[in-house]
Design a protein around this ligand. Structure first.
Ligand SMILES: [Zn+2]
Length: 105
């Protein structure tokens, strides 16, 4: 699997963990498709567009004040600031833990 030419556009980069083996998932390209690949089992991958869109949507619902008016890669900074971790399984179910909410999940 080739690494992506740029990590920009992978909005949830650095936050994804494979729910199956607890290993971080990294941005990658698979047949021209942007994916996050499991570090423990690279054949386990999730569609980056689906995951990023779901993460952003959930964050907008949970933290509307913090997400207003952000577009493009600026959303990555917001996600990195507000989201503690995202555990995914192909890509659903997805467990999104916000910072400050750790003790409630
Ligand atoms: Zn895994």
């Amino acid at each position: 699997m080739r690494p992506p030419t740029s990590e920009r556009d992978y909005l949830s980069r650095g936050l994804l963990t494979c729910a199956t083996c607890d290993t971080p998932m990294a941005p990658a390209l698979w047949r021209e498709l942007r994916v996050y690949a499991c570090g423990g089992s690279p054949t386990r991958r999730v569609d980056a567009e689906l995951v990023d869109s779901e993460v952003w949507t959930r964050l907008c619902v949970a933290r509307p004040e913090q997400t207003r008016n952000f577009v493009g890669d600026a959303r990555h900074d917001v996600i990195a600031r507000e989201v503690a971790r995202v555990r995914v399984t192909n890509p659903y179910p997805m467990t999104l833990t916000l910072r400050g909410d750790d003790d409630r999940t």
